[in-house]
Design a protein around this ligand. Structure first.
Ligand code: NAD
Length: 443
């Protein structure tokens, strides 16, 4: 099938590559010329495990091409995906300007019937706006082309996106058009061979499903952080509590890890946007407000622990920071907890020596050159001349450090473990002070 995808970000590039990999003929279009030129030369703009060889192989095979030529791309597709960003607006609602700009572009160039599929995460009712924008442009041109607008929210996780795309838990299709549903079922048939993964529903339910999924996951994290904060105060260890509740299948093990707060390009903005949508419809979603509130507070928690340890005197101290990405296996630092921590440390007059296996270039892009930040090329290099170690992202390579060596490297012999990677007893028996999240002894 011939597929066009608007947006070559995390979602558009991974989706386009996976669709090409199963034999579809995919054209990816982006307004970022440098990105498109890079992709055509085999430069992959993001880090995503397994993606690079797949892009190169499918590009070389002619099934995956990149262009800035929207008109040609629109002429190509039987299915046209919109996978552009939906960042938060000033009031927290999703900003649809990129999505609607694509819709207008489609309306300007559409010459033959097509199914337009919204893969961006968008508030309920957006499909109607996309349909209206396309129809408006067609009317202006005096052209009458039939088209359908469907919703197909994306559930891939950064860091495991290729795997999620090739083996999805479910594929949600929101449409009341039999033709659109059948076309999308054919498109996704290669991913739906072993058991039924496709869930067909109306457009509005599909749009809400994506927000419900992310809000549920964010709620689990904030809930666990709330328990962690209680555990700290009552002298309990949240890691024990986590093990005590995760085995209950009604609760499950996923997303009950306490930590330094959730970040990324999705949870913060999607919880906010759903909260806004509810308000716009006259409903105050109290739980969503609390989920956001707990997370905001949690992002400052590591710094509170640091302040507590140093009695508020961190000026002149140097902190080794392990992990900058918002989670492991990605270079994405959007809304990352590390950003809040670094700013707080700098505001307090401290210096940072940071290491992240993939996000160093992104950190340099965000922070530029500054005297109080050294971006290091290894975890060990970050420790040189540092007074304390702070772990912010749970990359695998940080899981089993040599604590005796750490004791030698870190001047003040203290670890702030923002992801509870270590066992307090093990760290303390090496002669280091230990602070985790929700571990009663931190108080
Ligand atoms: P991104 O910011 O990584 O990429 C967006 C791309 O769209 C950019 O390359 C940008 O240049 C391009 N673009 C903007 N306007 C364009 C236009 N008019 N024509 C062509 N290209 C245009 O975004 P992303 O992380 O891939 O997210 C895209 C959408 O998918 C968002 O709504 C997001 O909420 C949703 N989503 C993201 C994830 C994730 O893990 N990143 C997962 C599920 C859903």
């Amino acid at each position: 099938m011939r597929v066009t995808i608007f947006g070559t970000g995390y979602v558009g590039l991974v989706t386009g590559t996976c669709l090409a990999d199963v034999g579809h003929d995919v054209v990816c279009v982006d307004i970022d010329q440098a990105k498109v030129e890079g992709l055509n030369r085999g430069v992959i703009p993001i880090y995503e495990p397994g993606l690079e060889p797949m892009v190169k192989a499918n590009h070389a095979a002619g099934r995956l091409t990149f262009t800035t030529d929207a008109a040609a791309a629109i002429a190509h597709g039987d299915v046209i995906f919109i996978a552009v960003g939906t960042p938060p607006d000033e009031d927290g609602s999703a900003d649809l300007k990129y999505v609607l700009a694509v819709a207008r572009t489609i309306g300007k160039h559409l010459e033959r019937p097509a199914v337009v599929v919204n893969k961006s995460t968008v508030p309920v009712g957006t499909a109607d706006k996309v349909r209206a924008a396309i129809a408006d442009e067609l009317r202006t041109r005096g052209t009458d082309v039939t088209f359908e607008v469907a919703s197909n929210p994306e559930f891939l996780k950064e860091g495991d996106a290729v795997n999620d795309c090739m083996r999805p838990d479910r594929i949600v299709i929101g449409s009341s058009s039999t033709m659109a549903v059948e076309r999308l079922k054919r498109l996704y048939a290669p991913f739906n061979r072993n058991h039924e993964r496709i869930v067909v529903m109306d457009v509005r339910s599909a749009e809400l499903t994506k927000y419900a999924a992310n809000a549920m996951l964010a709620t689990k994290i904030s809930f666990m952080n709330e328990i962690a904060n209680i555990a700290e105060r009552v002298g309990a260890d949240v890691e024990m509590v986590r093990q005590g509740i995760g085995s209950d299948p009604r609760i499950g093990w996923h997303f009950i890890y306490p930590g330094a707060g959730y970040g990324g390009s999705c949870f913060p903005k999607d919880v906010q946007a759903l909260h806004r949508t509810a308000l716009q419809h006259g409903y105050t979603a109290q739980l969503l407000g609390a989920v956001e509130g707990v997370n905001e507070q949690q992002k400052g928690h590591l710094f509170e622990l640091i302040q507590r340890h140093y009695d508020g005197n961190v000026a002149g101290k140097t902190f080794a920071v392990w992990g900058l990405a918002f989670k492991p296996n990605t270079d994405d630092m959007r809304e990352a907890s590390s950003r809040r921590l670094l700013q707080q440390l700098w505001d307090a007059g401290a210096k940072v020596r940071a290491y992240d296996p993939e996000a160093t270039a992104e950190a340099h892009r965000i922070f530029g050159d500054r005297d109080d930040l050294t971006l290091c090329d290894s975890a060990r290099a970050a420790l040189a001349d540092a007074d304390a170690l702070v772990v912010v992202t749970e990359w695998k390579q940080f899981r089993s450090p040599d604590f005796a060596r750490l004791k030698q490297s870190v001047n003040d012999a203290v670890i702030f473990d923002g992801r509870n990677l270590y066992h307090p007893d093990e760290v303390e028996s090496a002669g280091l002070a230990y602070y985790g999240i929700g571990r009663g002894r931190s108080i």
